[in-house]
Design a protein around this ligand. Structure first.
Ligand code: ACO
Length: 402
């Protein structure tokens, strides 16, 4: 892996989208033998978002992607590469990125998915950086989007409490000035291949009545082994990318770690000998959104004023594979642009192409039907940055698109 400095590549746009429905720990208490107290103390999660029946990985990714394009102040057709990281694509084929390309109104870019589980966004970021640094692209849209709640067994308390839905995105652009992506690291350890996996549906175990009866279409996880891997790897992966950037951990103003578990983030801070204030945390509000977690956290951190021009930021993730990845960058964009970029795109204005002559089934897991049927409570947390200061609120009645 090089230090990635062939040609400066900057983050020029960022955006995110989270569906409106909230699944709380109290909801999960009614489904499995768990408690709010256990979930909060063992994971730090209070609630997570659940996509509505009309939403898909592509639709959420398209909203986040278009918001990132608006933040960058460019047109969709300026994008000449689209990479979408996900482990929950809409279909096996076509790629979810292809659907997103049309939904955002782009006619030029090659579009493809990146499969590296929760490290997927960081892998896609590094790949897009390489395309731009080498001159093969000028503006790349990099998206992390996940709809995990449709791949969970809501009778398995080991997994169903952890995950949620959402999407985040950045636009990476070629630039002349210093800064942007400075140091990269990616690792893959196949010894961990079956520590987090989804057994059926692929070529090894095609879907059948038997695989479904055995629940093999749901995510399975060895939590303890995954936890050990994460705490062993995250700090060292971050350190390598920081070192390749010519920096020391103390030079990093803000870490954006994968939001899987507050205890894992705490362990990274300890491993780097840094206070928790240097770690951005929003796992309490979204749970683990896999490939969407880092870009959602990055967009929120910037919009909340946690990142300033000139700051050094380290994005670091781990996931199934086992994979891990880190990007150390110097922030150069005006942080104020993100709020207006988000407000410029309403989810209902983004349309993903539907199949012709094909009756879709109801995609909502039975266990979540009640959660999705209830109106979105007025008390639902609405981040302050959801609406640009001085601009009117969206016309639609429900608070979607945060
Ligand atoms: N509610 C109540 N009790 C529970 C629950 C639950 N939801 N889940 C497990 N328990 C029980 C266990 O059965 C066990 O009981 P026992 O002692 O009677 O056997 C006890 O709680 C402790 O279980 P542990 O597994 O030891 O709990 P731990 O402290 O390790 O926390 C957790 C479990 C949260 C899953 C943790 O191991 C973890 O975060 N691992 C990493 C998971 C992760 O990040 N996965 C995402 C990877 S990214 C990707 O690519 C998808």
């Amino acid at each position: 892996m090089t230090d990635g400095t062939t040609r400066p590549v900057h983050v020029t746009g960022w955006g995110r989208y989270a569906p409106a429905s909230v699944l709380t720990n109290a909801d999960l208490e009614r489904m499995v033998d768990t408690s709010d107290e256990w979930i909060r103390t063992r994971t730090g999660i209070r609630e997570r978002r659940v996509a509505a029946a009309h939403e898909t990985t592509a639709s959420m990714g398209a909203v986040a992607g278009l918001r990132a394009i608006r933040t960058a102040g460019i047109e969709p057709d300026d994008i000449d590469l689209i990479l979408l990281a996900t482990l929950t694509p809409d279909y096996w084929m076509p790629s979810t990125a292809a659907l997103v390309k049309e939904a955002i109104g782009n006619t030029r870019a090659p579009a493809m998915d990146v499969a590296a589980a929760c490290s997927g966004f960081v892998y896609a970021y590094a790949s897009a950086h390489a395309y731009i640094a080498s001159g093969m692209a000028k503006h790349a849209l990099v998206i992390g989007a996940e709809l995990l709640t449709r791949f969970l067994d809501y009778t398995d308390r080991n997994t169903c409490i952890l995950f949620g839905d959402g999407a985040g995105a950045v636009v990476l652009s070629a630039g002349d000035g210093p800064g942007g992506g400075l140091g990269f690291e990616m690792t893959t350890e196949p010894q961990g291949a079956y520590m987090i996996w989804l057994p059926a549906g692929g070529a090894k175990a095609p879907p059948s009545a038997e695989t479904i009866a055995r629940g093999e279409h749901y995510i399975r996880m060895e939590g303890k082994e995954t936890y050990r891997f994460a705490t062993r790897t995250l700090a060292s992966t971050a350190l390598t990318s920081i070192d390749r950037a010519g920096l020391r951990p103390d030079d990093i103003d803000l870490f954006i770690p994968h939001q899987a578990n507050i205890r894992i983030i705490d362990a990274v801070a300890k491993g780097l000998d840094l206070p928790m204030e240097r770690m951005y945390v929003n796992v309490d509000r979204y749970g683990n959104t896999s490939a969407a977690s880092v870009p959602i956290a990055l967009a929120e951190a910037v919009n909340e004023g946690r990142v300033k021009v000139g700051d050094h930021v380290c994005l670091v993730a781990f996931g199934a594979g086992f994979t891990s990845g880190a990007v150390t960058l110097q922030w150069t964009a005006d942080p104020a642009r993100g709020i207006a970029g988000d407000a410029a795109v309403r989810p209902e204005d983004v349309q993903v192409r539907l199949p012709v002559d094909w009756d879709s089934v109801d995609p909502i897991p039975a266990a979540l039907a009640e959660v999705l049927a209830r109106p979105v409570a007025p008390g639902v947390e609405v981040p302050l940055d959801d609406v640009a200061p001085g601009e009117p609120e969206h016309a639609h009645p429900e608070p979607v698109g945060r």
